[in-house]
Write a protein that binds this ligand. Structure first.
Ligand SMILES: Cc1ncc(COP(=O)(O)O)c(C=O)c1O
Length: 414
């Protein structure tokens, strides 16, 4: 099995920043030059040996890479079908995959002579990861976060502040991730001369989706090599990731996207029902539209504005997806599944009890689907899940809101 990847990335995005008909740059003209400067710097620096050597050093020492692949033997045995493996991105320093692109952005900012990093955050994972990278590289950091998420993820707010970041509370709209993104982009438009926007996912105008994907690609490249050597030269049959904007998904897909024999699964939050406003299942129910400066697929109201969304996982409560995910979906390369809040809580408890791993609620979507899939597939098949983050941030919330009955079923939220 070759370790060479990936022809997909040679042609995506195109010179204008498009992935098929998705992507592009729909931001106000005053940001055009800043985004061009960023695209040029990334192109020049990203592949330079000095930049890569510094990044590799940080990935090993600060982040704790490489992260292992681990076999969920107990749950796989219980299910009695396909075998489930996880790429342990929850073992990254700060507890999630987000730091993979945060250290990349911080190093880019440093080399570009910027003094500050700006970002939005939902669950707080991206904010903590960015504050960490900013502290390490000696940069200022400003994180925009919805008021609702600030209350739900208070421990992450404290961590960001401890790391020296300023947390800006956003109380417009639903006071959640989309509103935090609007607010952060606004701040970037005002400060772009000395600040770099370190976006939280593979979304936004070109070149952000490409930069995030390139830095997150370390997950897929590592996972591919690890899987090949662990599984006597073969690849997984299925690769599974939860999807909001698509950073952890594009990260793990990087290793397998050019392998038609590997099914790529994108798992969306079905929330509490399939009614608009009660889920955030963009690929299942969205339509083409423009959100945060790019053409993509989004959940929208009749007038074309972004719809309200809901998910137990703050980091998945976003009414859009990144343009590359939209393109892969339209090309039929992705298999789409939805997982409800209740299934997520069940999986959260099950992973803790039987595997000794407390997953982030976001990652529990991917795990819940993998368990469902394993039950339908033969024992000879292997499923690789991106376990994108750990669930320490979610423990208080879940214990307070959800209880299990004696059969291990989730009782209704309190
Ligand atoms: C642990 C974790 N996984 C997944 C996500 C979803 O984001 P993305 O689709 O960019 O991976 C988030 C977002 O906050 C997260 O914190």
């Amino acid at each position: 099995m070759s370790e060479n990847i990936n022809s997909h990335f040679l042609s995506n995005p195109d010179a204008e920043g498009y992935y098929g008909r998705f992507g592009g740059n729909y931001y106000p003209p005053e940001l055009r030059s800043a985004l061009q400067e960023l695209a040029n710097s990334h192109k020049e620096l990203h592949k330079s040996p000095e930049f890569q050597a510094t990044l590799d050093k940080v990935r090993v020492g600060l982040q704790g890479r490489p992260t292992p692949i681990h076999h969920l033997e107990n749950i796989s045995t219980q299910v009695g079908g396909a075998q489930i493996f996880v790429k342990r991105e929850d073992l990254n320093h700060t507890g999630a995959h987000k730091i993979n692109h945060c250290v990349g952005f911080a190093l880019l900012a440093k080399r570009m002579g910027k003094k500050k990093l700006i970002a939005e955050t939902g669950a707080g994972q991206h904010g903590v990861a960015l504050a960490t990278a900013a502290a390490y590289f000696g940069l200022e950091c400003e994180v925009h976060m919805g008021e609702v998420d600030i209350k739900k993820q208070s421990s992450n707010v404290g961590r960001m502040q401890l790391l020296g970041a300023r947390v800006v509370s956003v109380s417009t709209g639903q006071s959640a991730l989309k509103d935090a993104s609007d607010s952060a982009f606004h701040a970037y438009a005002e400060q772009h001369k000395h600040a770099l926007y370190a976006i939280g996912s593979a979304i936004g105008p070109h070149p952000f989706p490409m930069i995030v994907r390139d830095f997150q690609g370390v997950v897929g490249r590592e996972a591919r090599k690890q899987f090949i050597s662990m599984a006597d030269g073969s690849l997984p049959d299925h690769v599974v990731a939860c999807v909001a904007g698509g950073s952890n998904a594009m990260g793990i897909y990087t290793g397998f996207i050019d392998e038609p024999g590997v099914i790529l699964h994108a798992v969306e939050p079905m929330g509490t029902s399939d009614k608009l406003g009660q889920h955030a299942a963009t690929l299942s129910y969205g339509k083409p539209g423009t959100l945060h400066g790019a053409q993509s697929i989004m959940l929208q109201k009749d007038d074309g504005t972004p719809a309200s969304v809901s998910s137990i996982a703050s980091g998945l409560a976003y009414p859009g997806v990144g343009p590359e995910i939209a393109m892969l979906h339209e090309a039929g390369r992705l298999s789409i599944a939805g997982i409800s809040d209740e299934e997520v809580v069940n999986t959260f408890y099950r992973m803790a009890k039987f595997e000794g791993i407390i997953p982030a609620l976001e990652s529990a979507h991917a795990l819940a689907f993998a368990i469902r899939l394993a039950a339908q597939r033969p024992a000879s098949e292997r499923i690789l899940v991106n376990l994108s983050g750990r669930g320490d941030k979610d423990v208080d919330y879940v214990l307070e809101k959800y209880k299990l009955d004696e059969n291990g079923c989730v009782l209704a939220a309190a």
